[in-house]
Design a binder for this molecule. Structure first.
Ligand SMILES: Nc1ncnc2c1ncn2[C@@H]1O[C@H](COP(=O)(O)OP(=O)(O)OP(=O)(O)O)[C@@H](O)[C@H]1O
Ligand SMILES: [Mg+2]
Length: 505
């Protein structure tokens, strides 16, 4: 066999207390679309950082086009033709859209004088190529997650790359945007550009990839042509066990009781109007609709981050004012936000600091000081329940893999023991095995009397877990599905996407 276009050989990498990569190999042919998959913390991002020159491996080498690129700096890796969209995105929040897209090029040309016109031209062309319109002078920090991802993707595809690596670059994109991205990947493929694609979304993986490499616990446990795998087999190889999903049964229909939460005619100009619904103990209420339908705005509004213009919120029958998150928390409402990196975590601080930050008051001892033993137990207890992969809860959050960081955010809000918990994309970036764990925890909380609102793009996740569903379209509730046992994934998908194409027409 001839030398593959790109390959890594025998790469190992350890961090303190963790062997992140253990002698892994991976080969990609010219123009091949290759997928890398594995549970949270299995080493995917670490390998990508080794390829990009961010981490130096303990052993092994990386080759592209017959050239060994060991010891290269990130800029040299770019020059060698490797473009990476990192999981934490690394867009520069304080630079504009145009600057973010063109930055590699300006770095690479090594010019001393900034050519603003060229920067704008490059950015404009890049966005046009991928069919997006975003104002060039907008600061990237002000944009929603999906737009940040689009910018990172534009930056990568404008360069003359030989290999593009996408580390969960699609987690916030709409189905339409993913479709569009895939058409770009296929066009690049015609020019001989290879793609390494990392995603926890099986649908995407099966659609786009030709070959799939699977990591488990830092080891390469298999590499297969995509046609030889199906989702059952893939999840079994990934996790080493069978993962089965079942439906949540809402037993306790306490509809006569005062609802935990009543929302009456909540409206906000240009976002949503006349939103009314009730949430009872034990319920898991699904909110579905396309991105941009207003579902996230409704969630942030209930949490005091986006005050409605009119309408009423009642908690256990009493009207409440929610002007900020503190007031929401005081009323027993918590929100797991969509944009975890921006709103959820203090990355430089420890895992335990992040978990207890919202419940410090409850950890005070009689002396008025924090009860350190209780603090430690609480943090360790949640880390164990959510199976956070770390040698110690005193490690910095930024040392965790992406999916494990998500669990810390989840733990932090669960620790507040809210009455009403709003989850916006509860399992974004979570691997298939852990999804099941998180669903089980959510159901247990509901069974113990919490009311849960679940917003998700994943139709199956909504159907499995929710006893009732609200369909949102253009800021309004257009349908309520009261008995989810009577509907299947295909029906629900149709309901959501028909509304979607209606919008596009
Ligand atoms: N800078 C670091 N310091 C210490 N440990 C680290 C560091 N970076 C990664 N790790 C550890 O290495 C392991 C592999 O992490 P990695 O980020 O590669 O996982 P991943 O496969 O990308 O997971 P995910 O799907 O959650 O993104 C994890 O146990 C992680 O905690
Ligand atoms: Mg990762």
């Amino acid at each position: 066999m001839s030398e593959p276009f790109f390959h890594v050989e025998n790469i190992s990498k350890s961090f303190v207390g963790v062997k992140a990569l253990d002698a892994v190999d991976l080969s990609i042919a010219e123009g091949e679309i290759h997928c890398l998959i594995g549970e949270n913390g299995s080493g995917k991002s670490t390998l990508i950082k080794v390829i990009g020159g961010i981490h130096k491996p303990d052993t092994g080498s990386v080759f592209i086009d017959g050239k060994c690129i060991d010891g290269m700096s990130p800029i040299e890796a770019i020059r060698a033709g490797i473009q990476i969209i990192y999981q934490d995105l690394s867009v520069f929040p304080n630079l504009t859209v145009a600057e973010n897209i063109s930055i590699n090029q300006s770095l690479e040309s090594g010019q001393q004088v900034v050519n603003w016109r060229a920067i704008r031209e490059t950015a404009k062309k890049a966005l046009a190529d991928i069919g997006e319109e975003i104002a060039l002078d907008e600061l990237v920090g002000n944009l929603p997650m999906a737009k940040k991802q689009i910018i990172a993707i534009s930056r990568a595809v404008t360069q003359n790359a030989k290999l593009i690596i996408m580390d969960e670059a699609t987690s916030s994109l709409t189905n339409e945007e993913v479709k569009h991205l895939f058409s770009i990947i296929l066009k690049l493929q015609e020019k001989g550009v290879s793609t390494l694609f990392v995603s926890h979304k099986f649908g995407e993986v099966f659609e786009i990839s030709e070959n799939i490499t699977i990591f488990r616990d830092g080891k390469m446990v298999g590499s297969y042509p995509t046609t030889e795998l199906d989702s059952q087999r893939l999840s079994a190889i990934m996790t080493g066990r069978e993962v089965t999903f079942d439906r949540y049964i809402y037993k306790d229909k306490n509809v006569d009781e005062v609802p935990l939460l009543s929302v009456r005619n909540l409206s906000k100009r240009k976002q949503f109007s006349n939103i009314s619904f009730e949430l009872h103990r034990g319920e898991i209420l699904g909110i579905v609709g396309l991105m941009g339908s207003g579902r996230t705005e409704i969630a942030t509004s209930l949490f005091g981050l986006n005050k409605a213009d009119s309408g009423q919120i009642l908690v256990k029958g009493m009207p409440v004012e929610i002007n900020n998150p503190q007031e929401a928390i005081a009323n027993g409402i918590a929100l797991l936000p969509e944009d975890r990196a921006g709103q959820g975590l203090y990355e430089d601080q420890t895992i335990s600091d992040n978990i207890v930050v919202t419940i410090l008051k409850s950890l005070l001892a009689k002396s008025g000081l924090i009860d350190t033993a209780k603090r430690k137990n609480t943090a360790e207890d949640w880390a164990a329940r959510l199976n956070i992969k770390t040698p110690t809860v005193e490690a910095a959050v930024k040392s965790l893999s992406g999916g494990n960081q998500q669990r810390v955010v989840l733990a932090k809000w669960l620790a507040t023991e809210p009455d009403v918990f709003i989850l916006d994309g509860p399992t974004i970036g979570i691997d298939i095995g852990s999804k099941h764990t998180i669903h089980t925890i959510i159901r247990e909380l509901a069974e113990k009397g919490m009311g849960i609102i679940m917003i998700s793009d994943e139709i199956q996740e909504i159907l499995d877990n929710c006893n009732r569903i609200l369909l949102i379209h253009e800021g309004r509730i257009v349908q309520e599905i009261n008995d989810t046992a009577k509907i299947d994934a295909e029906d629900l998908f149709k309901l959501v996407s028909e509304r979607g194409s209606f919008e596009a027409a």
